[in-house]
Write a protein that binds this ligand. Structure first.
Ligand code: ADP
Length: 621
């Protein structure tokens, strides 16, 4: 929970935001300067607004008050009607000019803010995409989405609905104070007497408002995160009957957020009323002393009119200041949430001087590689092996043994904590991430398809893939026939996650996707698990063709598919316990051999005959 912050300590936050986004802001500097000039013009017009009335009072209605008054000499010798006409016209002119200037500054600022925020949003999105898996496994996707959408929108909104008026109001306030002091120092002093009171109350209230606002923002983030989680896993939620439980927890967050929102509104409303009372006190004090001074003849009735009008106008911004500080505090919190992400440096990134890899031969070496997630250690322990180009390696062993981790290191999703991984003789950290990952294709157990056409799903990210190349890849993947049977063939748009296709069909599209990339290194992470016999046959057949002459790492619980590998690694608790060809390992007659015999022996009908059940691992160890 962040410490409650006062308005004063919000300012460094605003400073941090401005500094951070300076490059984006600088791009819009011309528009911003123009808007600011319009703002100054608007302020000047606001200051001028009561002056025609003052002159009407002093020169037309009450010319008897023959005291010295600012600007009155200029109208000397004019007839009252001429003065009146001139002043009436100037009233209209001032209003029209003020309107035009306000329009210019509002539109200018709004356009600049929209452009700046679109730019920042783009930067944030691409940064999130580049953050390491170690970050993403900890971050909640809903929370990240809120930052890209809601927080950015709030920042944009606040520049127009709060920051701009705040700036106008501050200019106006300063301008009016200057004019008041020029008109009459004593009255001006009386008017500003309430300022300290005002400042004190604003600061105190703002701290409270900001604390509540932050708490509410945090809760909204948590709510979005838990809703996103539940919706993403809706199948599991419904299967386990978790709806009620999740609904209850959501409802309780929702209720608390509502209460916090109401509390913030109450605080804001209270603050505004307090300011109103302070304005009334200042006005009555000025009126009381002002009338005495007028009767003594040291100020004109017109001057008093200007004073009272200014008081009303000058304190109105103050009343709004109270409103805006809340909004700005909220936006500052949003801005900080955005910057926190932008400041997160990807753990895995291109090293200085990283080079684009040449096309790989596919020679892989792990040299005393150890790895642990976060604080944990011992997920992989001192692993060394070498794979020659075109070799096929199978990684087998119980779940949690470290097989997936091992291949993630090869793709640099994480970097090893010790040791090094080399491809074609160079440490993979010497290559740029893109050039490394582009040359490794991966087929997972559950392939992710995007909500776009089959064609795009196969060619995703590959610029300039021809229709012929896509079809060749699909044929290799045994996918062409079923794709042609879809309503729009290759143009059929898949639903999110490709739910309209069977598991085997999804896998074959994923294989086509890998095939078209023609990567020299291929990773297969249990690609046939959960498929029926016919799908298994089609997918295995496609995989056989995909991996022809490619360095292949296959993770599998199905020892029959591992059997044909050039070498089999048996991994348990982060170490390679056995390695060798199928026949060598069978001769060794240890864990692998026992597992293989268990899998080959007849199993109860309910268990899949093609993969090892967790209980089998327990039996052999
Ligand atoms: P396998 O692929 O052999 O089933 P994994 O490489 O997935 O094994 O997992 C190895 C170990 O690392 C397991 O103990 C697992 O709990 C842990 N692990 C895997 N992924 C993460 C992660 N993102 N964060 C923390 N621990 C993880």
């Amino acid at each position: 929970m962040p410490r409650p912050k006062s308005l004063k300590s919000t300012i460094p936050g605003i400073g941090r935001i401005l500094r951070h986004f300076m490059p984006q802001i600088a791009k819009e500097k011309h528009l911003l300067v123009l808007s600011l000039l319009a703002l100054v013009a608007e302020t000047a017009m606001r200051l001028l607004e009561p002056w025609p009335l003052k002159f009407i009072f002093d020169r037309v209605i009450l010319p008897g008050f023959n005291v010295h008054s600012l600007g009155i000499e200029a109208l000397e010798g004019w007839s009252p009607t001429a003065v009146l006409t001139l002043l009436a016209l100037s009233l209209v002119a001032i209003s029209a000019l003020r309107g035009a200037a306000a329009y210019g500054s509002t539109v200018g600022m709004a356009v600049a803010a929209t452009r700046i925020m679109a730019d920042i949003r783009g930067r944030l999105y691409s940064h999130i995409q580049r953050l390491s898996l170690s970050f993403h496994t900890k971050a909640k996707s809903g929370d990240l989405i809120t930052r890209v959408t809601y927080d950015i929108e709030r920042l944009r909104e606040v520049t127009v609905v709060a920051a701009l008026p705040l700036l106008t109001n501050t200019f106006t306030l300063v301008g009016m104070l200057v004019v008041m002091f020029v008109l009459n120092v004593e009255l001006a002093l009386i008017a500003v007497m309430v300022l300290p009171l005002f400042a004190l109350s604003t600061m105190k209230m703002s701290t409270k408002i900001q604390t509540v606002a932050r708490r509410q923002r945090k809760r909204e983030g948590a709510m979005a995160a838990s809703a996103a989680e539940a919706i993403a896993a809706i199948k599991v939620v419904q299967a386990l009957g978790l709806q009620d439980m999740l609904e209850n927890s959501f409802a309780s967050h929702n209720k608390k957020s509502l209460e916090e929102s109401a509390e913030a509104q109450k605080l804001r409303a209270g603050q505004e009323r307090l300011v109103e009372v302070l304005v009334a006190i200042a006005t009555s004090l000025v009126l009381w002393r002002g009338v005495q001074l007028t009767l003594q003849g040291s100020v004109t009735p017109g001057d008093l009119l200007v004073f009272i009008t200014y008081l009303k106008v000058a304190f109105k911004p103050m009343r709004q200041l109270a409103k805006y500080t809340g909004q700005i505090a909220k936006a500052t919190a949003s801005g900080e949430r955005v910057i926190d992400i932008l400041d997160t440096v990807p753990e895995v990134r291109n090293l200085r001087g990283a080079m684009d890899a040449l096309p790989f031969q596919g020679d892989i070496q792990f040299d005393r590689v150890s790895f642990g997630y976060g604080e944990e250690s011992g997920i992989l322990n001192n692993i060394s092996f070498a794979i020659k180009p075109g070799q096929r390696i199978a990684l087998v062993g119980p779940s949690g043994g470290g097989k997936s981790t091992l291949v993630s290191l090869l793709m640099r999703f994480y970097d090893p904590t010790a040791g090094s991984i080399r491809i074609d003789g160079n440490d993979i950290r010497a290559y740029t991430l893109d050039s490394l990952r582009n040359q490794i294709s991966i087929v997972l157990q559950e392939s992710v398809l995007f909500a776009t056409s089959v064609r795009d799903n196969i060619a995703y990210g590959l610029a300039g893939a021809t229709d012929e190349a896509i079809e060749v890849a699909a044929r290799l993947a045994n996918a062409h026939d079923f794709i042609m049977a879809l309503p729009q063939g290759y143009d059929t748009v898949l639903s999110e996650r490709g739910n309209t296709l069977s598991g085997g069909q999804r896998q074959r599209i994923a294989i086509a996707r890998a095939a078209i990339r023609n990567a020299p290194i291929i990773i297969l992470d249990e690609p046939t698990t959960g498929l029926d016999n016919e799908s298994d046959r089609l997918v295995s057949d496609a995989l056989e063709r995909l991996t022809q002459n490619k360095t292949t790492l296959l993770i599998s619980h199905d020892l029959r598919s591992a059997e044909t590998a050039d070498e089999i690694f048996y991994l348990e608790q982060g170490s390679i316990l056995e390695r060798g060809s199928h026949s060598a390992l069978m001769q060794r007659n240890d864990k692998y051999a026992r597992l293989y015999s268990l899998q080959s022996s007849p199993q109860p009908a309910s268990e899949s005959s093609s993969s090892v059940s967790p209980s089998a691992y327990a039996l052999i160890s």
